[in-house]
Structures are given as structure tokens and as C-alpha cells.
Design a binder for this molecule. Sequence first.
Ligand code: HEC
Ligand code: HEC
Length: 345
Amino acid sequence: MKRALLLLNVLVFISCDRNGQRTYDDTPYELNIPSYVTAYEGEISNVESITKEKVALGRELFFSTMLSEDYSMSCATCHGQSTGFSDPNQFSTGTQGVSGNRNAMSVAYLGWDSEFFWDGRAFSLSHQALGPVLNEIELNTTWEEVISRFEDDRDLMNAYQRSFGYKEVSQTELTEAIAAYESTIIGFDSPYDRWFYNFETDVISESAIRGSGIYFDKAECVHCHGGPLLTDHTFKNNGLDSVFTDIGLMETTSSPLDEGKFKVPSLRNISLTAPYMHDGRFSTLEEVIEHYNSGVKSSATLDPDMHVFEGGLGLTQQEKDDLLAFLMTFTDSSMLSNSNFSDPN
Ligand code: HEC
Ligand code: HEC
């Protein structure tokens, strides 16, 4: 039966080809997204189509050192699975041994975003993926070079044709495949999901339950890190500095009203993605909590929701421990072990 089906497939495939019609496969990739996520965030919107074929190709590319000048690095070098798809180094180092001034954030849960990088300079996941290949402090090569290497690889070319048909290879399709893969990097089985959305009891500690009160009420973290993805997808100034060496969103918009505003990151799996903030200035969550508790600095663009923090929150040690315990419940440990996301080779 299976064989007959397979044969049929081949026939359909060939006949399509002869008629000059579709010559690729588009098997839908089943994403396990709970209804409470879709109800609030909508469907994944920034990726054109998430097919099994594109995801498989994108995953190959994400882990391929072919994307770097000297075959020494891949996207995964700075966005590794064992650290929640972020870089454990404060600043990432590119092929030339040069590093920038920003911390590599996680690439998980990005399917619902519409602006990327700490300063929002990319407007889609596939557009984003164009940059690192060219960036001299990242992969430092050219798309012509990548495409020529790609065309020499028979397995990749087969995967390409399965995904896109007999089309000339261009960066548009390659980055579309990378984006399709990235949008599958999700997981909604954290203790937080079980407790908050599925009403399971005894899945988070008493301390974490107390911490949720601080998160939702006393410290109002939820203003910016709310909703099922624990981000409001905006850019804000959370009081890290009063004088800005990195102007953040203003670099993209040129508006002084955006000085010092940075992307509000999702706090899902936050325990895995140290160090923290756009410049990785905090190496632990304890330091982050202390920032919000006593370190918030004033400036013209400080978010109005941050004014409660000015002058300090005055959290007790117990309250800080409780908040930390709550932040730890955002971790879905399958993020580290899910073989669908891991290096295919
Ligand atoms: C040398 C390290 C390095 C490499 C290699 C690298 N990145 Fe990044 N990535 C970063 C840094 C640093 C940032 C943050 C830069 C910024 O905001 O200015 C980032 C940001 C991102 C973001 C934005 C996430 C968000 O929430 O907005 C995505 C997506 C991403 N990278 C995907 C990729 C892909 C795909 C590749 C491979 C084509 C790649 N990266 C290669 C270091 C790297
Ligand atoms: C006014 C909006 C706002 C509020 C309120 C807020 N945050 Fe943030 N948070 C941000 C922004 C913006 C960033 C990124 C800032 C940067 O890197 O420059 C951030 C970053 C973080 C990070 C680091 C994320 C990473 O990937 O590096 C953590 C952890 C965090 N916040 C936790 C909290 C906690 C806990 C609270 C409550 C005590 C809180 N935030 C309240 C806006 C906010």
C-alpha cells in the first residue's frame, strides 16, 4: 500500500513537472500551539508558509558552517540549543575574532514578532536572516558565495527542489527556509503553562506562587512581559541607563523619542539565556531583579510603566527569591532536548 502511494506520488510529481506546474512538496508542518496562545497572539504571521520541506532545509542551513567565510561558524554558534538558542557570551565573536556590542538573544518564539534585533531594524524573520551572513562581526561572507557553495551540494539542492521546485537558488528562498525552521522553535510545556493556563496544582512551588503576585501586581512586570509569550512585542526603555552609549530603537527610527528603547524580549526560558539585556550586562537573574528593585535610572524616554520603580521597589530578600522562583517556572526544558530543533547532522 505504502509502495503504491509512493509510486502515485512520483507520477503526480512527474506529471506536474511536464505540465510546467508545481514541482515541489508542501506538507504542512504540524506546530503544537495551544489555543490560549493563538487566541491571544493570533496565528504565526511573519512566515509565508511553514512546510516540512522548508523547515528541513532551513534547519540544515541554520546549522551549516557553509554560511560563514571560512566554514568556522553557523547561526547555531551564537544561537545554540544548549543555551536556549542564545549566546552565553556577553558579546558574540564573528569569524574575524571581532565582537559587537550586543548580546545575541534567543531565536525561539519569534513567529509572532514583526520587528527583530534589539533595535527593530529587521521587519521579518527572513529579512533578518540576510544580515548575519554579510555582517563582518558575524559570518562575514556574501550571498553569492553561499549560493555557489549551496549549488555544489547535491543533498542541499535536492532539499531545495523539494521545498521550492526547479527554481534558481536565491537568498530569498534560503532565508525563507531558515525563517520557517526558526518559527518551529517553540515549546509550551513549562510549569508556568501547566499552572497558569492548564490549572494544574502542585506544579510550581509556594515560593513561585508568591512570586507571581510580585510579577503581576507589586512589580508589574506583566505590563511589558505579559500575554502567553511574556512580551508585548514593543520597544521600551526599562531604565538601564540615563545616558545612552547605545541608542537602541532610535538607530532605526532616528526619532529622539526612541532613544534608549530596546525590544521587550519574551521571558520564556529566561533561565536558559543568560547573560541578560541588550548588552548582556547582567550575568544572573538575581542581578536583573536587583536592577528592577533598586537600579532603575531616570531619563526622558523612561517608560511610564517604569515610574513605579524609580526610587526603588523595596523588595525584601524573600520577595526577590519568590520572584526568581516564579521566573524559573517559565522554562520548558524540552527546548534543550527536542530533537526536532537540534543539529540534523
Ligand atoms: C557571531 C554571532 C552570531 C551569528 C553567527 C548569528 N547571530 Fe543572530 N544575533 C546575534 C546578535 C549579537 C544578535 C543581536 C544583534 C542586535 O540586536 O543588534 C542577533 C540577533 C538575531 C535575531 C533577532 C532575534 C529577535 O528577537 O529580534 C535572529 C532572528 C537571529 N539573530 C538569527 C540568526 C540567524 C538565522 C543566523 C544565521 C544566518 C544568525 N542569527 C547568526 C549574533 C549572531
Ligand atoms: C516598561 C516595560 C518593562 C517592565 C515593566 C519590565 N520589563 Fe523587563 N525588560 C524590558 C525591556 C525593554 C527589556 C530589554 C532591555 C534592554 O535590553 O535594553 C527587558 C529585559 C528583561 C530581562 C532580560 C531579558 C533578556 O533576554 O536579556 C528580564 C529577565 C526582565 N526584563 C525581567 C523583568 C522583570 C522580572 C520585571 C518586573 C520586576 C520586568 N522585567 C519589568 C521591559 C520591561
